[in-house]
Design a protein around this ligand. Structure first.
Ligand SMILES: Nc1nc2c(ncn2[C@@H]2O[C@H](COP(=O)(O)OP(=O)(O)OP(=O)(O)O)[C@@H](O)[C@H]2O)c(=O)[nH]1
Ligand SMILES: [Mg+2]
Length: 219
């Protein structure tokens, strides 16, 4: 047996590969308003889930360093379909921007339609490698988020909690919310135990999240 212990999870080249991949070719593929419009399951998928307005589309833009690739808005309810983006040429994986959940102001039937679309996609998509569940740093995990976390646990869909809008609170508050969120994540069987704090506005945590996405794709 070797004297040197290697961490099997560590891959020193991954961060650089992730950086290159996210600065290379990335293109909008299609919008799917219902499951029958999903593309053929020919590549791994990474999905962005979270409450309306939490910053899903902004995070996708920050990761890909392309403003306006995914449409964002100050008004909740901007993203209304599953929006697919191809990463790499040839294709390596796909990013899937989703509508938000927990948007009380939208008409009831619309909220219901989005909820079914999100739940059916998350539970049934075999090529879904990991879901990023976004939580606003200012608010922490809410009951509506817990419902989604439990659904993902039950469906055994691997996910990672990502705090957004970290620029909006003080560093000490961020540390506290990150610790509390990680404590809760550790209780969920399908959750990654580490929580990444990000700011799409300031670029915080973006390089780390790119590496985490590639790690999920390659796992
Ligand atoms: N300060 C700050 N604002 C952010 C950040 N990320 C997103 N926002 C703002 O939050 C608002 C909502 O962002 P979106 O990315 O559209 O949110 P979403 O989760 O995609 O929203 P829906 O598609 O409606 O579900 C926009 O006004 C963004 O500019 C961030 O890191 N910092
Ligand atoms: Mg959006």
């Amino acid at each position: 047996m070797s004297e040197i212990e290697l961490d099997p999870g560590a891959d020193p080249g991954r961060a650089e590969r992730a950086r290159k991949l996210f600065s290379g070719p990335i293109a909008f593929l299609k919008s799917a308003p219902a499951l029958q419009h999903l593309p053929a399951p020919s590549a791994p998928e990474i999905a962005f889930a979270g409450r309306s307005n939490v910053g899903k589309s902004s995070l996708l833009n920050a990761l890909t360093n392309r403003n306006g690739l995914a449409r964002t808005s100050v008004t909740p309810g901007r993203t209304q379909e599953l929006n697919y983006f191809d990463v790499g040429e040839p294709l390596i994986f796909r990013l899937v921007d989703m509508p938000g959940y927990g948007f009380a102001k939208a008409p009831k039937d619309v909220v219901k339609k989005w909820r079914f679309l999100i739940n059916d996609y998350l539970r049934g998509r075999a090529v879904l490698k990991r879901t990023l569940v976004l939580i606003d740093s200012r608010h922490g995990i809410k009951d509506v988020d817990r419902d989604v976390l439990e659904m993902l646990d039950t469906a055994a869909v691997s996910y990672r909690i990502v705090l957004t809008k970290a620029d909006k609170i003080k560093a000490t508050e961020l540390e506290a919310v990150q610790a509390a969120t990680e404590a809760e994540a550790r209780k969920h069987p399908a959750a990654h135990p580490q929580v990444i704090a990000t700011s799409s506005e300031k670029g915080m945590g973006i390089a780390e999240l790119r590496t985490a996405v590639l790690e999920a794709v390659e796992s």
